[in-house]
Design a protein around this ligand. Structure first.
Ligand code: DLL
Length: 434
């Protein structure tokens, strides 16, 4: 199998030349085949031939989730549906899902990118992959699946759920790579421990975790409890699915974006202004090779920083710092911006807790209040109320200190927080239901 990994170490000038040619072709395709893009570009007075340099991307209109919803189901496809061989959809919180399509070539490119992601994470053709990402409309399961096959590895298409069975197959099939959400990995660890299965001694050596925000503290937790290298994997269905960016096992310090297929920008959330490398903002992608569902300047709502510093792995592709959260996940509690991942960092490094938590947001009068529900470890629970109060006070103090917001802490009994089968539900916002 030939992986086009030479693209990952190309000198930047060559990479940028390749990107420009692909960008120009994508803009032509969007303008001539997708009404939404033609209308938006005409409104701005931009024609495909105005894109002469990569920086000209900023002349193009942004695409937002609303555009995809308005064109439900196939209105933004750039090829006749006869040429589409697969669709995926991501469920929104309200109404219809957003639908994305792939031609045969798109599927091939995606499989290659996922093979490259697995390769960057340290998986080889002789490895065995246990895939617990959900199969179905969600892109996680099938995305990893075709990538592992493309790489030549052996894959178990387990999908999510059936935790006991997952653990049995991990013992019997002896996989080396685990693929699932970080919250589900934690769920597996806990279930293994309760069965008396020491998963640290299993055949697993690395894991590709993504589809939801997680923290360095959670990486430490997963690496120490599973005895593996935990690698961050990023993607979104609107752009392709998993395999848009991945960490390299050499540095584990930010996710290399596959820039030969995606053009990335970081913009100011409010003004849409393009920010220089190193500044935090909203990540925006333009696809460079997609046929069925090309996309221009998609506002991901994911907040991060782009890092151009050279990486010790030799890849020249820009790195995306760990996603701190989505702009629409950001909670504003009494004027203070809070991302659930900031709370996670504090909880995971506090002793005597299990790393399962959920935040509840209430509105009392004009005041927003946050309640942090977190599970105590079984020994803490056995120590009684006073010990739990001490831990609760410590967390409350640390959250006030590091994040700047006062909140109430409730230490729950082991197993009281619902376990995730896929993406974890970290926030219950009662303001939206009242
Ligand atoms: O979650 C694709 C995926 C599957 C990625 C498996 C990685 C592994 P969607 O369901 O469309 O696609 O959700 C995309 O999930 O905009 C981010 O907010 C979040 N997300 C995905 N990966 C990460 C990550 C898949 N590594 C949305 N860290 C994205 C933080 C992530 N957030």
């Amino acid at each position: 199998m030939i992986l086009d990994i030479q693209q990952e170490t190309m000198p930047r000038e060559d990479l940028e030349q390749l990107q420009l040619v692909r960008l120009q072709a994508t803009v032509q395709r969007c303008y001539h085949s997708v009404k939404t893009y033609r209308t938006a570009m005409d409104e701005l007075g931009v024609r495909p031939e105005h894109i002469k340099t990569l920086a000209d991307v900023k002349l193009l209109p942004f695409t937002k989730k609303e555009h995809l919803r308005e064109s439900y189901p196939f209105g933004m496809f750039a090829v006749p549906t006869e040429q589409v061989v697969r669709v995926h959809a991501s469920s929104g919180t309200t109404g219809k899902p957003t639908v994305v399509g792939y031609t045969k070539r798109d599927i091939k490119n995606w499989a290659r990118l996922m093979a490259r992601s697995l390769h960057a994470a340290g998986t080889t053709a002789t490895d065995r992959v246990h895939n617990a990402y959900g199969y179905g409309l969600f892109t996680g399961g099938l995305g990893l699946h075709y990538g592992a096959e493309e790489l030549g590895a052996m894959i178990t298409p387990m999908s999510g759920g059936q935790t006991q069975k997952q653990l049995m197959l991990i013992q019997d099939f002896e996989p080396t790579t685990l693929c699932c959400t970080p919250s589900y990995a934690l769920n597996l660890v806990e279930a293994a421990e309760s069965m008396g299965f020491d998963i640290r001694k299993s055949s697993l050596k690395n894991g590709l975790f993504g589809a939801e925000p997680w923290t360095e503290e959670m990486r430490y937790e997963l690496e120490s409890r599973l005895g593996i290298d935990a690698i961050d994997l990023y993607g979104l269905s609107e752009i392709m699915g998993p395999g848009v960016a991945v960490e390299c096992i050499e540095a584990k310090n930010g996710l290399h974006i596959f820039e030969d297929h995606f053009l990335v920008e970081c913009v100011d959330v409010d003004t849409g202004e393009v920010l220089p490398y190193g500044e935090e903002g909203e990540i925006v992608f333009t696809s460079l090779t997609k046929e069925a569902f090309p996309i221009l300047r998609y506002r991901t709502r994911d907040i991060s920083v782009l890092d151009v510093a050279p990486c010790k792995c030799g890849r020249t592709h820009v790195r995306l710092k760990r996603i701190t959260g989505r702009s629409d996940d950001m909670l504003i509690i009494r004027g203070v911006n809070v991302f659930p991942s900031q709370v996670e960092s504090i909880l995971v490094r506090t002793e005597n807790l299990s790393p399962f938590y959920q935040l509840e947001i209430f509105r009392e009068g004009n005041m927003d209040t946050m309640v942090v529900n977190v599970e105590g470890s079984p020994p803490l629970f056995a120590q009684g109320e006073e010990a739990r109060q001490r831990v609760a006070q410590k967390i409350q103090h640390d959250i006030k200190d590091f994040i700047g917001v006062s909140c109430t802490i409730i230490i729950k009994a082991p197993n009281e927080i619902p376990r995730s089968q896929g993406k974890a539900v970290r926030v219950i916002d009662h303001r939206k239901t009242n």
